[in-house]
Ligand binder design. Structure first.
Ligand SMILES: [Zn+2]
Length: 464
């Protein structure tokens, strides 16, 4: 606590004396050297006592404490006892529809998208990608406005359009919202698929999602030929393809067809040697999206999950004692819960062993009642529970997803990167739950005003 106060004092001191050189933009972060923290670099390496310099919102030097020299006039910030990791990158959310008192297409405004990005940032995530559920033109505009500095500090916004047959694609809840906004590119034939991909490529969109799922015979599903056409055409335009597939045969089909990112675990069955062989050959990225199926933390009165939510929403979730699909509820575990755990415990290490490139993805926002940002920490803890080393979990939440999104200046604590980092009061390498002990979050070298953000979110209930 004392360190945090010192840190805030150091920052206000620098801001107060207005010591910026003339060439520095007015809103640039103060020049500072941060000393003494354990640094989780983001590639698996650790500096037990490190130092780093922030200038103009960028890391300009990172190294062992005492070996990094401070630029003249730099503020000294003592982070002894803290752990610093890069801001996380979440490659799979569904942004825009959650309104905390309502949920749906009517909430999908630039302000609400930014609110969700702020919530991700509050919890330590510096970039978040909405997958298959964002309206293209509005989203391109939001990206442009965010780059132009028109919004308050928040996670960087990424999105990709989705492709499915007419009346296919997102689950029944999300589809109500995406249908209203005409978000899904509906394609039935390889020719339609190729034309749709080309339209997106013309807009310089780097990734696309496809759903390859008949939801147990209840949904129209892309034909194998159309699925293949989407992937082939996307690759022609250097676009990456994210594939939603949840059964063993469907995961084999999409990976074999060349999907770059596999979303979801195989559900309800154990994976086999054939899938493992395909994964070994193709090495796709993999977003597990485990935590979405878990009982939410608010059921256990964990303040970490409640602090950014209006109390009325917390009460509603706690009062909901029957299962409601993926909508947050506090129903007791269903009869399939032990089987789900058993299958995950079998499949997860085998997927990792096959060489998939694990990346953080949470599906947050797909149904009502999810808090953006908290799911990220749940996912990390689940990986470790299923056998991943904490250091590997940090890499899968930072440098690997940054690489997937093509963000060259995020995901690592290294000279030249954007100064997007999280200061923790505990060491996640000792206990992965320590990623939740957030002392402060910095984006572009500036500490977020997390107290003001919380006040805004809690205050929402006053006007209800
Ligand atoms: Zn999703």
């Amino acid at each position: 606590m004392r360190t945090v106060k010192k840190l805030l004092a150091a920052i206000s001191l620098v801001a107060g004396v207005a010591a910026y050189p003339a060439t520095q933009p007015r809103d640039a972060a103060p020049t500072a050297i941060y000393e003494g923290a354990r640094l989780l670099i983001g590639d698996g390496t650790v500096l037990e006592s490190g130092a780093f310099v922030v200038q103009n919102g960028r890391l300009t030097a990172v190294g062992p404490a005492g070996k990094v020299s401070a630029p003249s006039g730099a503020a000294h910030v003592d982070l002894t006892g803290k752990t610093v990791m890069p801001a996380m990158v979440n490659v799979h959310v569904h942004i825009g529809y959650e309104g905390y008192t309502t949920w749906g297409a009517e909430n999908h405004t630039p302000q609400n998208v930014v609110d969700h990005l702020q919530r991700e940032a509050f919890y330590g995530t510096g970039a978040a990608q909405s997958v298959g559920s964002s309206p293209v033109d509005q989203s391109l505009q939001i990206q442009q406005d965010q780059r132009a500095g028109k919004f308050p500090p928040a996670a960087r916004f990424f999105f990709m359009p989705g492709m499915a047959p007419p009346n296919g694609g997102p689950d029944a809840v999300l589809r109500v919202a995406t249908t209203k906004l005409h978000v899904i590119n509906e394609v039935s034939t390889p020719d339609e698929a190729r034309a749709a991909v080309r339209r997106l490529a013309d807009k310089k969109i780097p990734q696309v999602k496809l759903w390859y799922d008949d939801r147990r015979g209840t949904y129209p599903k892309l034909t194998p030929e159309t699925m293949q056409a989407i992937i082939d055409e996307a690759h022609k335009h250097r676009m990456l393809v994210n594939a939603h597939a949840t059964t063993l045969p469907d995961q084999k089909a999409v990976v074999r067809a060349g999907a770059d990112v596999l979303v979801h675990m195989v559900q309800g069955e154990k994976i086999d040697d054939e899938l493992i062989a395909i994964l070994r050959e193709k090495k796709p990225y993999w977003a597990t999206v485990i935590g979405l199926g878990d009982r939410p933390g608010v059921c256990d009165r964990d303040p970490f999950f409640e602090e950014a939510m209006p109390p009325t929403v917390v009460e509603t979730i706690r009062a909901t004692r029957e299962a409601r699909g993926l909508t947050a509820n506090c129903a007791p575990p269903g009869p399939n819960a032990p089987r789900r755990e058993e299958i995950m415990a079998y499949n997860f290490p085998r997927m990792i062993g096959a060489g998939v490139r694990l990346v953080l993805g949470t599906d947050t926002g797909i149904h009502p009642g999810h808090t953006f940002g908290t799911g990220d920490h749940v996912e990390l803890a689940r990986w470790v529970q299923l056998g991943l080393k904490p250091s590997e979990a940090i890499v899968a939440a930072t440098s690997t997803p940054a690489r997937l999104l093509g963000i060259s200046d995020m995901g690592m604590l290294a000279a030249g990167k954007s100064a997007d980092f999280v200061v923790l009061d505990g060491n996640p390498l000792d206990d992965i739950h320590n990623t939740r002990k957030i002392a402060s979050v910095y984006l572009h070298g500036r500490a977020l005003d997390r107290a003001a953000m919380l006040a805004k979110w809690k205050g929402r209930t006053a006007s209800q």
